[in-house]
Ligand binder design. Structure first.
Ligand SMILES: Nc1ncnc2c1ncn2[C@@H]1O[C@H](COP(=O)(O)OP(=O)(O)OP(=O)(O)O)[C@@H](O)[C@H]1O
Length: 610
C-alpha cells in the first residue's frame, strides 16, 4: 500500500502561486485567449444592447400612431444583434479551444516527462491512481476552465459591471438598489470559497485513491479471485466510492446553496427596484422605456450573475487541480545527472561498493539501515553471485548500481568513478538490469527485448536480438502468432512467468552493457531450461562484469566468486566451494549440506591433531 493518503499533503505554497505559475504556460497562447475574450465580450455587449433597443422601441414606436417603418427597422436591428451575438459566441470557441487543448497536452507531456525523471523512491510512495488522476482529469479540468470558465468569468464580471453602469446612467436610485445586492453576495462568496476549496481538494484526492484501488485490483485480479477476496475488495471499493460520493454531494450542496443565494439576492433587489421604478415613473423622473430597459437589463444580468457563482466554483476546482499538478512537478528529482559529468580513464567494468549505507526514505527515523558500511569489489569481467537471506538487501544493493536508489552514504564506483558523477544516460547504458519481477510493456517482443539496446556501428540489431534471445533460451517467441512482432504485455498476449523472465534476461543481454546486474533471473525456469540458459550465459558473461543475485546452487555455478550478504554488510567472499566449506550461514541459505571433506582436508586435519 502506497503511503500517500488523500488530502494529507500540504503544498506549503501560497494560494496564488499555482495561478502565477500557470501564467507562465499561458503566455504563448495569450493572444488567442485575448481574441476569444474580445469575442465573448462583444457577445456580452451585444446582449446588453438589445434592452437598449427595446427601450427606444417602447419610447418611440409603441404608442398609437407610432412610426411603422421605425418598428420594422428596430425588429431588423434586434435580429441582426441576435445573429451577431451567436457569431461572436462561435468565434470565441474557435479562438480558445485549440490553444487550451494545446496547453493541456503540453502540461500532460511535461508531467509524464517529470514522472519518468523522478526517482524510484518517489514512485514507491505515490499511488498510481493519484498520478493518473493528476495527469488526466485534473488537466482536463484546466482545459475546460481555460476554454470556457476563465473567459466567461471575465465576460460575466464585465457584463455585470457594464449592466450596472447602464442602470446607473438610466437612474442612479435603481442602479444603487441593484448594486446593494453585491454586498451580501461578496460576504457569502468569501465563506463559500473556503468551504468549497477544501471539499474540492478532498474529492479530487479521493478520486485519485479510487483510481489506485481500481488499478491495484485489476493488476491483482488473479490473487483476489484465488483467495476468494472479491467480496472483500468490493466492500473496500464501495466504501471508498461512498466516501467520494459524500464529498461530492457535500460539494454540490455547498455550490447549490451558494447559487441559490446568488440568484435570489438579485431577485429581491429587482423587486425593490420594481417598486422604486414604478414610483419614479409615476413621479415623472423615469420614462416607461427607461423602466423597461432597467428590467430587461436586469433580466440579461441574471445569467451572468448566476454564471459568476458557477464559474467561481469551477475556478476553485481548477485551482485545486493546479495545486495537485504542481505538487508532483515540485517533487524534487534527487537523482539527476551532475552538471559536469565524468568519464573513467579506462572503461574496463570494475565495480566497487565503498562503505555503502542505504536507508529507505520511508524507514522510521532511527531505524537500522538496510545496508550498513558495505564493501565489495568486482574485477572487470568477473561474475559474482550475491547470496543472502530473504530481505537481507540484495535487490536494494543491485539497484544502487544504475542509481535507481542513491546510497545514503559511501560510494558505488564503476572504473573508479562514482556513479553519481556519470551522466545518467551513460551510466544506464553501461549498466543493464534484469529484475526478478519482470515488467513487459504493451509492445512487440522485438521492442521489449531491444528496449535498452543502443545502435552499434557494424552490428546488425537483428543479430543482437537473435543472440540475446538464444542466450536466454527465448526461442519460444518464434512459435508465437506473429513471431517477434507479437504484441505482449498488459494489452497483448500473456506469457508464462518463465517466458517473461527469459525475455527480461534477453533484454538485459541485448543492451550489451559493461556491467550486468541480474536479480535472480532464473528463478522461474525449470531445471532443464535453467541448465541451458546457464551454459549460454557463461559464454556471454565471459567479458561482462556481472553481479547476480542467486538463491540456488545452479545459479551460483555461473559465478567466479560468491559474496555473502548478512546484517547489512558482506560477511564473506569466496568461491562456492570455499563458502560451502567455511560458512554455516551460506550452507543454510543455499540449501546445501556441508560438503564431505576432501582427502587433503582430512590429511591436513590429522596432521594438525598430531
Ligand atoms: N521501497 C521500499 N521501501 C521501504 N523498505 C523497503 C523497500 N523495498 C525493500 N524494503 C525493505 O528493505 C529490506 C531489503 O529488501 P530487499 O528487497 O533488498 O531484500 P532481498 O534480499 O532482495 O530480498 P529477497 O531475497 O526476498 O528478494 C527489506 O526489509 C524490505 O522490507
Amino acid at each position: 500500500m502506497k503511503q500517500y493518503q488523500a488530502g494529507t499533503r500540504d503544498t506549503g505554497r501560497s494560494s496564488t502561486s499555482s495561478w502565477r505559475r500557470l501564467g507562465g504556460f499561458v503566455k504563448p497562447i495569450l493572444p488567442r485567449l485575448l481574441m476569444g475574450f474580445i469575442c465573448a465580450m462583444g457577445a456580452g455587449v451585444v446582449a446588453l444592447a438589445i434592452p437598449q433597443v427595446l427601450s427606444s422601441l417602447v419610447n418611440t414606436v409603441l404608442y398609437p400612431g407610432g412610426d411603422a417603418a421605425a418598428l420594422r427597422s428596430t425588429v431588423l436591428l434586434i435580429t441582426l444583434l441576435g445573429i451577431a451575438e451567436a457569431l461572436l459566441v462561435f468565434m470565441r470557441r474557435v479562438f480558445v479551444i485549440t490553444p487550451a487543448a494545446r496547453l493541456e497536452t503540453q502540461l500532460r507531456v511535461g508531467f509524464f516527462r517529470h514522472l519518468q525523471q523522478l526517482p524510484v523512491s518517489f514512485h514507491d510512495k505515490w499511488g498510481s491512481g493519484q498520478l493518473l488522476s493528476r495527469s488526466m482529469s485534473d488537466l482536463s479540468l484546466l482545459r475546460r476552465w481555460l476554454a470556457f470558465g476563465a473567459v466567461m468569468l471575465v465576460v460575466a464580471t464585465v457584463t455585470v459591471v457594464l449592466g450596472l453602469a447602464l442602470m446607473f446612467s438610466s437612474n442612479w436610485v435603481l442602479g444603487a438598489i441593484y448594486l446593494a445586492g453585491a454586498v451580501p453576495i461578496t460576504v457569502r462568496a468569501y465563506r463559500f470559497r473556503n468551504v468549497f476549496r477544501t471539499a474540492s481538494r478532498l474529492s479530487q484526492d479521493q478520486a485519485g485513491d479510487l483510481a489506485t484501488a481500481v488499478e491495484e485490483s485489476v493488476h491483482g485480479i488473479r490473487v483476489i479471485k484465488a483467495f476468494g477476496r472479491s467480496r472483500h475488495m468490493l466492500d473496500g471499493f464501495a466504501r471508498q466510492a461512498h466516501e467520494l460520493r459524500s464529498t461530492e454531494i457535500g460539494k454540490a450542496r455547498s455550490l447549490s446553496n451558494f447559487l441559490a443565494f446568488v440568484v435570489s439576492v438579485p431577485q429581491i433587489t429587482l423587486a425593490l427596484g420594481l417598486l422604486a421604478g414604478i414610483w419614479l415613473t409615476v413621479q415623472g423622473q423615469l420614462t416607461v422605456g427607461g423602466l423597461v430597459a432597467y428590467f430587461a437589463t436586469a433580466a440579461v444580468l441574471a445569467g451572468p450573475v448566476e454564471g459568476i457563482g458557477m464559474l467561481l466554483g469551477m475556478t476553485l476546482t481548477t485551482k485545486t487541480a493546479l495545486d495537485r499538478h504542481f505538487e508532483v512537478l515540485d517533487a524534487p528529482n534527487t537523482i539527476a545527472s551532475p552538471a559536469a559529468p565524468m568519464a573513467p580513464v579506462r572503461q574496463l567494468g570494475a565495480l566497487e561498493f565503498h562503505d555503502v549505507t542505504y536507508s529507505y526514505p520511508e524507514a522510521p527515523a532511527g531505524g537500522i539501515p538496510v545496508l550498513r558500511g558495505l564493501n565489495l569489489r568486482l574485477e572487470p569481467g568477473e561474475t559474482m553471485a550475491l547470496v543472502g537471506a530473504t530481505g537481507s538487501g540484495k535487490s536494494t544493493l543491485l539497484q544502487l548500481v544504475p542509481r535507481l536508489y542513491e546510497a545514503t552514504s559511501g560510494a558505488v564506483r564503476i572504473d573508479g568513478v562514482d556513479v553519481r558523477d556519470y551522466d545518467l544516460r551513460v551510466l544506464r547504458s553501461v549498466v543493464s538490469v534484469a529484475f526478478e519481477d519482470t515488467t513487459l510493456f504493451s509492445a512487440s517482443i522485438r521492442e521489449n527485448v531491444m528496449l535498452g539496446a543502443q545502435p552499434e556501428p557494424g552490428r546488425d540489431p537483428e543479430q543482437v536480438l537473435a543472440e540475446a534471445l538464444e542466450t536466454a533460451q527465448g526461442g519460444f517467441v518464434h512459435s508465437l502468432p506473429e513471431g517477434l512482432d507479437t504484441v505482449i504485455g498488459e494489452e497483448g498476449l500473456s506469457l508464462s512467468g518463465g517466458q517473461r523472465q527469459r525475455l527480461a534476461l534477453a533484454r538485459a543481454i541485448a543492451a550489451r552493457p559493461r556491467i550486468l546486474v541480474l536479480d535472480d533471473p532464473l528463478s522461474a525456469l525449470d531445471v532443464n531450461t535453467e541448465e541451458l540458459v546457464t551454459a549460454a550465459l557463461r559464454r556471454v558473461l565471459a567479458g561482462t562484469t556481472t553481479l547476480i543475485v542467486a538463491h540456488r546452487p545452479s545459479t551460483v555455478a555461473l559465478a567466479d566468486r560468491v559474496a555473502l550478504l548478512r546484517d547489512g554488510g558482506i560477511e564473506d567472499v569466496g568461491t562456492h566451494a570455499e563458502l560451502l566449506h567455511r560458512s554455516e550461514h551460506y550452507r543454510h541459505i543455499i540449501s546445501s549440506p556441508a560438503p564431505s571433506p576432501s582427502l587433503e582436508d582430512l590429511l591436513e586435519e590429522t596432521d594438525s591433531k598430531a
